[in-house]
Ligand binder design. Structure first.
Ligand code: Q9C
Ligand code: ZN
Length: 351
């Protein structure tokens, strides 16, 4: 299997996040990308392909132009505000968010002038810091996803994109959940619009991919199917319910399979079958797999009872469906077992 990765991920090197008001070490760290890359280089049967720059057009096809403009200049503006305050900061985390009820009865929202307030205006939670290298890493992750997609569109059975930062929590006009640009959505949209093909996104990350769901919620050409921890107890809490099935022309092209806290491999694989049945009925030409391995039983912030052998089964099960597949990295936070679990999926697929 051929794979794509970018050195630019290292420029996005956050130190901390805020969890329930507590400052903790960042889980979405540089070592995640490096450990997977090192393992791919050492494993037999994997060949690295250079990243091809695809520019901003495929990003703007999915994301609001104002979000893209904000992300591209955010660090410069934040650094200026911090300098004015006499603070030398390597990262900034938003702490003010636009609750939809704030302006009840008071008319339209305005984007704030202050860069720190704007960080919250465009985001939704406190685990997604902005740094000097964030924008180029986020852009490079999109290029990684699009380059992997090109390989599959040109005939590779499957390709792996080592996207970091991840993408599936980024919506058309909002970032967060460690995600800035929605790599999988941009790849799926580019494939669907440039080739006129039907694309299914299967999201197996522990967390519901609210961003990918939102981007495709009204569309019938891209199916979004997700198997994830029930939002009743898991992040991102506001989406991923089984009764969210799309809207308008997209009705029926969104599928959510929420799983319980005490999930194990057998229950997980049953849930996966539900998602795969809907994909089968949709009959896509291309599958984009949002591959989070934070379903691992030992994941420090997540976990749905899966073992490394479960990930091999997942890879074999997806390969059995025989679809051209773009595999893109999302979450997975057990640093010591991360690469092993990703490789289990890829090897299982026939990597
Ligand atoms: N500030 C992915 O796995 N958790 N993202 C804490 C509270 C954020 C997970 C949020 C988890 C994000 C790609
Ligand atoms: Zn996740």
């Amino acid at each position: 299997m051929r794979f794509v990765a970018s050195e630019h991920h290292r420029g996005h090197d956050p130190a901390t996040e805020v969890d329930a008001g507590e400052v903790v070490g960042i889980y979405e760290c540089v070592a995640r990308g490096d450990s997977i890359w090192t393992a791919l280089d050492a494993a037999p049967g994997y060949e690295s392909v250079p990243v091809v720059e695809h520019g901003l057009d495929p990003i703007r096809a999915v994301h609001d132009a104002d979000l893209v403009r904000f992300l591209s200049t955010a660090w410069e503006e934040l650094a200026a505000v911090m300098a004015q305050r006499g603070q030398d900061r390597r990262q900034v985390i938003a702490d003010l968010f636009p609750n939809p009820r704030y302006r009840d009865g008071m008319g339209e929202w305005r984007e704030p002038d202050n860069a720190v307030a704007r960080l919250g205006y465009w985001s939704f939670e406190t685990a997604t810091p902005m740094l000097a290298g964030t924008w180029s890493a986020a852009r490079a992750a999109v290029d990684v996803a699009l380059t992997a997609t090109d390989l599959v569109l040109a005939g590779d059975r499957a390709a792996y994109g080592l996207c970091r930062p991840p993408g599936h929590h980024a919506a058309s006009a909002m970032f967060g959940g460690y995600c800035y640009l929605n790599n999988a959505a941009i790849a799926a949209d580019a494939a669907a619009t440039t080739t006129g093909s039907r694309v299914a996104v299967l999201d197996v990350d522990y967390h519901h991919g609210n961003g990918t769901q939102q981007i495709f919620y009204g569309r019938s050409d891209v199916l979004y199917a997700s198997v994830h921890a029930d939002p009743a107890f898991a992040f991102p809490a506001f989406s991923g319910f089984a009764d969210e099935t799309g809207t308008g022309r997209g009705l029926g092209a969104t599928v959510n399979v929420p799983l319980p806290h005490d999930c194990d491999e057998a229950r997980y694989l049953d849930g996966l079958e539900v998602a795969l049945e809907t994909i089968e009925r949709f009959a896509p030409d291309l599958l984009v797999l949002s591959l989070g391995v934070d379903t691992y039983e030992l994941d420090p912030i997540a976990g749905l009872g899966l073992t490394t052998e479960s990930f091999a089964k997942l890879g074999r099960r997806l390969a059995a469906d025989g679809r051209p597949t773009v595999i893109l990295q999302e979450g997975g936070y057990h640093l010591d077992h991360l690469a092993r679990n990703v490789l289990a999926v890829l090897d299982g697929f026939g990597g």
